[in-house]
Every structure is written in C-alpha cells, then in structure tokens.
Design a protein around this ligand. Structure first.
Ligand code: NAP
Ligand code: GFB
Length: 309
C-alpha cells in the first residue's frame, strides 16, 4: 500500500479524482487548506512528516477565472509561488517517488504558433491578463526541471486546458467562465433577469470535463511512462458565445442573451495540441460537452446551498 497525497483534494479536480478512484489499492490523502496551509513551509513539512507520501498529485493552487487573474495579481503570484516551492522542495527532501504537478494552458506565451505544444512553454511572455498566475506556474515547471536534471527525480507536470465540472467555484466575480455563466443563468431564470455574458463572446476555448481529467491523472499515476510535461485537453474549440447558448438552452432561458463589452475578452484563443496525450494513451475518452454541462448544471441546482459561489 502506497501513501498518496492529493493536494487540492477538496477542489473541483480533487473531488473528481476522489469520485473516479474505485479500487482503493493505496492510501489516498485528499488534503484541503484546513488540513495544512501549503503557503506555510512549516505546515507543508508537517504534512510530509506525518503522511510520508510515496506519490504526490499536486493540485492545490489559488485559482480563478480571467477577472480574478486581472484583479488579484499579487495574491495569484505570491500564494502560488509559496505553495509550489514548498511542495517541490519537500517532495524531494522526503524522497517522493512520483510527483505530478498541475500547470495550465493559459500560461503559454501569448504570441505563439498554433496549435501550442509542450515545447513552447517558455518561448515568450504570457498574456497580460493572467501573467502573475502564469509566471508562478512556470516557476513550478522550472523548479521541477531542476530536480529532474540534477537528481533524476520522477517529477512531471500536467498542463490542463480550461476545466469544468461538479464542485467548481461558481462565484459570479472570480469563477471561470462556465461556472460563472451557469450561476448567472440560474439567477436570470429564477429572478426573470437578463442573462449577461461578459466581453464579446468571440474568444475560443477548449473545455475538459473534470472527471475526464481525473481519469487521465490516474492513468499517469500508475503508468511507468516517463513524460516531463503533458498537455491534457480536448481537440475541439468552442466560442464563449456558443457556450452561453448551450447553458441558456439547458436552463430553458428564452430571452435574448446580452453581452457586456465593457468587460475584457482576455486571450482570444490558446489552442493546444493533445497529440502527445493521445500518442501516450490510446484509450482516452472525452465526455461530450453537452453531457458534461448537463451534469454540472444539475449538480449546481441540486447543491445550490452548499456550492462555492
Ligand atoms: P479549486 O477548485 O479552486 O481547488 C483548489 C484547491 O487548492 C482546494 O482544495 C483548496 O483547498 C486548495 N488550496 C488552495 N489554497 C491552499 C493552501 N494555501 N493550502 C492548501 N490547500 C490550498 O481548483 P481546481 O479548479 O480544482 O484546480 C486544480 C488545479 O488545476 C490547480 O492547480 C489549477 O491551477 C489547475 N487548473 C485549473 C483549471 C480550471 O479551469 N479550473 C485549468 C487549468 C489548470 P480548500 O478547499 O481548503 O480551499
Ligand atoms: O475561464 P475564464 O474566466 O478564463 O474565461 P480564461 C474568460 C473568457 O470568458 C473571457 C468570457 O473571454 C471572458 O470575457 N466570459 C464571459 C466570462 N462571461 C464571463 C464571466 O461571467 N466570467 C468569466 N470568468 N469569464 C483561464 C485562467 O483563462 O484559463 C485560469 O484565468 C485557468 O487561471 C484557465 O488557467 C485554464 O480561459 O480566459
């Protein structure tokens, strides 16, 4: 039996991981900030000392959508830098045999050749809108590469595209676009208000359902394939406008969808290639967006009182 720490275990991806692990062949520790504040070097050391993990899946982060990234740059940079430094440092010091750490496709260079692949990570500055978060994540990747090069540690990074699903953060101001629009549309129907989408609706995104990502993380955890950085994304892109139309249809919202162009669009696109992923695993299944959205909306309605919003 191995001891496996999942930092960020109470977040959207952590909860998805908890839901897809069937045969509990190992000891899984789903850590929240209430268990250990990973911005604290002492508490992080205490976590490693207590659990003595064989593997670490590092999901914990100070996370948010475009507008939290624009408005809270110092928190985005400092909190994530501290958490990431502590996890990488103690994963090495406590002899962790495998570390899987989480980056994001929004941290790639803004001016880049599409589709983006894993090699382009440091080929230029990220988009201004989330540069603080992006540099904190890039330092995580760089820090891990130093340990891999000097000590041959089995440390790797996954690079997911935009994720959505149950247990997300549905806060109207700080959330990512899908949970924010689900919450907006829920309130619009409930209170007969307009369903308002921020920006022009023209940007394109690739969205992966949290449970699909969780299944891929599990494959990586128990695989002996040596990969340094791995983009995890669906192929197809969809516009924010078309996402809003799908959400409105699910809520049977009948009025016109409004667009508030006083808000920023952020990155117009960040199209990534998932060819390394599909070359590595030939049995990857992606949930249809309509089904993932339906599951997420149903979950939100049924858990409205307890959902993060
Ligand atoms: P989330 O739902 O916001 O969950 C964040 C998790 O991190 C929570 O379990 C939270 O604990 C924990 N955490 C935050 N600050 C902490 C601290 N100081 N000490 C200990 N734990 C702390 O995030 P998510 O959407 O699941 O994201 C998981 C990972 O995927 C992150 O690394 C994120 O950067 C990455 N990612 C996310 C997206 C996306 O669209 N959501 C896209 C690409 C990559 P509490 O529950 O106690 O707050
Ligand atoms: O998920 P999101 O907030 O962040 O999507 P990114 C932002 C896009 O959705 C922009 C539009 O084009 C917004 O104009 N949008 C429309 C909205 N209505 C809303 C709304 O109510 N809320 C939000 N948030 N957006 C993320 C990074 O960038 O990419 C994350 O911020 C993460 O850190 C993720 O890494 C992968 O997709 O622009």
């Amino acid at each position: 039996m191995k001891n496996i720490i999942i930092t960020g275990g109470t977040g959207m991806v952590g909860q998805a991981l908890n839901s897809v692990i069937n045969n509990r062949q190992d000891n899984y520790y789903f850590i929240s900030s209430k268990d250990y504040d990973l911005t604290s070097i002492e508490e992080t050391k205490q976590m490693f000392e207590t659990i003595k993990p064989d593997y670490v899946i590092h999901l914990a982060a100070y996370v948010g959508g475009l507008f939290r990234n624009i408005n809270q740059k110092i928190d985005m940079f400092e909190k994530n830098l501290l958490i990431n430094y502590n996890i990488v440092k103690y994963s090495h010091e406590y002899g962790v045999r495998k570390l899987i750490a989480c980056l994001s496709t929004c941290i790639f260079p803004d001016k880049v050749k599409y589709p983006i692949n894993e090699e382009q990570l440091h080929n230029g500055p990220p988009h201004d809108s989330n540069n603080a978060y992006a540099y904190a994540k890039r330092m995580l990747e760089f820090h891990i590469s130093l340990y891999r090069n000097q000590y041959n540690n089995n440390f790797m990074c996954i690079i997911p595209t935009n994720i959505y699903g149950e247990y997300d953060n549905f806060n109207l101001k700080d959330a990512h676009v899908i949970p924010a629009l689900i919450h907006q549309c829920y309130l619009a129907v409930k209170n007969d208000l307009d369903f308002i989408v921020k920006g022009t609706g023209t940007p394109l995104r690739q969205f992966i359902y949290s449970k699909d990502l969780a299944n891929i993380i599990l494959k990586l955890l128990y695989s002996d394939k040596q990969i340094n950085n791995l983009i995890i994304s669906v192929n197809n892109e969809i516009s924010i406008k078309d996402i809003a139309i799908k959400i409105a249809s699910e809520f049977k919202y009948k009025k016109e969808i409004k667009y508030d162009t006083l808000y920023e669009d952020g990155q117009l696109k960040k199209t990534v290639s998932n060819s390394l992923l599909t070359d590595t695993f030939n049995d990857i299944i992606f949930t249809e967006l309509d089904i993932g959205l339906k599951n997420t909306i149903e979950w939100f309605i049924n858990h409205y009182d307890s959902a993060r919003k």
